[in-house]
Ligand binder design. Structure first.
Ligand SMILES: O=C(O)CCC(=O)N[C@@H](CCC(=O)O)C(=O)O
Ligand SMILES: [Zn+2]
Length: 336
């Protein structure tokens, strides 16, 4: 196998490869761009016209998606997977990956869309670098742009695999992309209704890519991901990479659960208290009138929405950041 196929090994060891460019036997080019960043270019005559950004490790302890990207890249480097798409593999936070932590100083996934410029430290620098690498990758005109930012969650979930679909002014969520996600085993999609500071929000809003955060199960250390079944996603990514994706039916989206984000609960101070059991699962339903959280100066977050469900409750986030999301069921009428 080509040495550049071992991007994960290189990244975990903190090593730069001796050769920055290598060619597979079929003529696909692998180019190391920066720590945890590798671009694959298919042979010119084989190019399907898709630019595919696959990122993982934006949170360093979310290892199942990192292992998935490692398998895909190793397949390309061995020649068993024959790329027809341009691909950018990004391992988001190498230092946090080495330490098995979500982040070291700051959550990188709260530093996009320019936020890193208001901050300092290596995670702010890395967010800026990830923006630049993505912008350069998605700079070619007249190509399809697709970004999957792969994550696993802190807690269990009533719906194991789901996606968050970012928001951009004047842009309608794509039914075709939803059907593509469903075919990859994604059971639910959260439709965002305002801009955000996550990686997928950046590539969606600034780089005109179709972009998603994918939540794929519960976060566990390297080598302990037997319970995270990524078979359907992996098979679909292989198809996308090889330009042999089966036709997706963008019709009814039957069986795909859609939710819209009703509210983001923001932690404003150290006095923030979340009134939920520590082991509550994502997508747990909360009744109208439920006192969800309290914060400084008598602030109270009470559930007002029928059918509200809680996602990513986390009272330990830094002040000013999202401590939970409340979602409500949505219909497919709002997608194009
Ligand atoms: O389990 C949790 O509480 C967080 C899991 C996670 O890392 N989720 C992403 C979602 C990004 C998005 O909103 O698109 C995150 O919080 O960064
Ligand atoms: Zn994550």
């Amino acid at each position: 196998m080509l040495a550049l196929g071992k991007l994960l090994e290189l990244t975990l060891a903190g090593h730069e490869p001796a050769a920055k460019i290598q060619l597979t036997a079929e003529g696909a080019r692998l180019r190391w761009l920066a720590e945890g960043a590798l671009e694959v270019t298919p042979p010119g005559s084989d190019d399907s016209g898709l630019d595919l950004l696959l990122s993982a490790g934006v949170h360093g302890n979310e290892t199942a998606p990192i292992e998935l990207l490692d398998r895909l890249l190793q397949g390309i480097a061995r020649g068993t997977l024959k790329p027809r798409a341009r691909i950018l593999f990004l391992l988001g936070n190498p230092e946090a990956m080495r330490r098995g932590e979500r982040y070291i100083e700051q959550d990188i996934n709260r530093l996009f869309n320019g936020r890193h410029e208001l901050s300092s430290g290596f995670e702010a620098l890395r967010a800026g670098e990830l923006e630049r690498l993505s912008a350069a990758f998605f700079s070619k005109p007249q190509r399809s742009r697709l970004h999957y930012d792969l994550h696993t969650a802190i807690r269990g979930s009533k719906i194991e695999q789901f996606a968050l679909y970012p928001w951009r002014e004047g842009c309608i969520h794509s039914r075709l992309e939803l059907a593509r996600l469903q075919a990859a085993g994604i059971a639910a999609v959260l439709l965002q209704s305002k801009g955000s500071i996550t990686f997928s929000s950046y590539t969606y809003a600034q780089l005109n890519a179709e972009a998603f955060t994918l939540e794929l199960g519960k976060a566990r250390p390297f080598g302990q991901n037997q319970q995270v079944n990524l078979d359907r996603l992996e098979a679909r990514l292989q198809c996308l990479i090889e330009g042999r994706e089966p036709q997706v039916e963008a019709g009814a989206l039957e069986g795909l659960q859609l939710f819209s984000v009703a509210r983001e609960v923001i932690k404003h101070s150290d006095a923030f208290t979340l009134h939920l059991p520590a082991d509550i699962e994502n997508f747990s339903e909360l009744p109208v009138g439920y006192l969800l959280a309290e914060d400084i100066a008598g602030t109270r977050w009470t559930v007002e929405e029928e059918g509200a469900r809680i996602i990513f409750p986390n009272p330990k986030v830094k002040n000013g950041l999202r401590a939970a999301i409340l979602v409500v069921p949505a219909s497919a009428d709002s997608v194009a």
